[in-house]
Design a protein around this ligand. Structure first.
Ligand code: F6P
Length: 323
């Protein structure tokens, strides 16, 4: 392997820049020419590919977002799109790929390897933490910190006005941000996509907390919740508790931005080096992840398909602490 291309794809996450930097630095260390593929698979199709030099990765580790930019490519999902992308890679002489992204992005790397035999390795880059084969994905820790910081501020005003707040966090199919941010911010209840909580349970819980004269009530709702997002849940609850002063805050994309936490910087750096070393050792069609602080290479198909679910024990802890 002489030339490696690196790209970020799908929803960006804090630490993607740190991961790109580590991949590129490790490539240089092993005398490999490194290429940046801009805007993910879109850039592979439109040939937006540039040779990277040291100057491109100076002062990027601490920056949020991804300097290579990101996109969700519909064209790459078609065989014709992937053929164009492959031809472009070959025109640059790129013989291996590092793909940083979530499940959709890693699926792209898997298909590319299967169809064209291009050695590809994935790194878990998503705030959702919904990939198996790693304890944490790059960006998850920062996103949780951002959510908690925001919820702390909401609690100040919730307490001043005796209001009930429903705060929506990201996570279409996964409740990892919700459960972590919920426990970390002393939420009254946490609603996640993986588990249904009947609205009556939630209402009872809020009634009990009101009787116990809790200073404030904040309910965390993952955007992909079984009964809807924060707006829908708030509307349902207000029918049962019409005398409550209810407000809704949707944290949205602010969870995706910001300078990466120390944990995400370390994770991204370790995995970035492991991506290059894995490729040089012939580990293809795998995702590098960190389990118990050890680098583990998991087949991409397994990392995507295996259902990583929110720890039952986290629920137990959340329940005990919110009673
Ligand atoms: O996958 C990361 C994520 O932030 C999800 O939590 C969220 O549902 C989705 O991306 C939002 O995607 P977009 O930025 O394309 O609207």
């Amino acid at each position: 392997i002489k030339k490696i291309g690196v790209l970020t794809s799908g929803g960006d996450s804090p630490g993607m820049n740190a991961a790109i930097r580590a991949v590129v630095r490790a490539g240089f260390y092993y005398d490999i020419e490194m290429y940046g593929i801009y805007r993910g698979y879109e850039g592979m199709i439109s040939n937006d590919i540039k040779k990277l030099e040291s100057k491109h990765i100076t002062h990027v580790l601490e920056r949020g977002g991804t300097f290579l930019k990101s996109a969700r490519s519909a064209e790459f999902r078609t065989p014709e799109g992937r053929q164009i992308a492959y031809n472009n890679l070959k025109s640059h002489g790129i013989d291996a790929l590092v793909v940083i992204g979530g499940d959709g992005s890693l699926t792209g790397a898997h298909l590319f390897y299967k169809e064209f035999g291009v050695p590809a390795i994935g790194l878990p880059g998503t705030i959702d933490n919904d990939l198996s084969g790693t304890d944490s994905t790059i960006g998850f820790d920062t996103a949780c910190n951002t959510a908690i910081e925001a919820i702390d501020k909401i609690r100040d005003t919730a307490t001043s006005h005796d209001r009930l707040f429903f705060v929506e966090v990201m996570g279409r199919d996964a409740g990892f941000i919700a459960i972590n941010a919920g426990i970390g911010s002393a939420a009254a209840a946490i609603l996640i996509p993986e588990k249904k909580m009947p609205i009556e349970h939630l209402v009872d819980k809020l009634r009990i907390r009101t009787k116990a004269k809790k200073a404030s009530n904040i309910v965390i709702v993952a955007e992909g919740g079984k009964s809807g997002g924060a707006t829908e849940i708030a509307a349902l609850v207000s029918k049962h508790l019409p005398y409550y002063d209810i407000k809704v805050t949707i944290l949205g994309h602010l969870q995706r931005g910001g300078s990466p936490s120390s944990y995400d910087r370390l994770l991204a750096s370790k995995l970035g080096v492991s991506a290059i070393e894995g490729l040089l050792q012939g580990k293809y069609d795998v995702m590098a992840g960190l389990i118990n602080n050890k680098v583990v290479y998991t087949p991409i198909k397994k990392a995507i398909v295996d259902d990583k679910s929110v720890d039952e024990d986290d629920f137990r802890v959340a329940k005990i602490l919110s009673t």
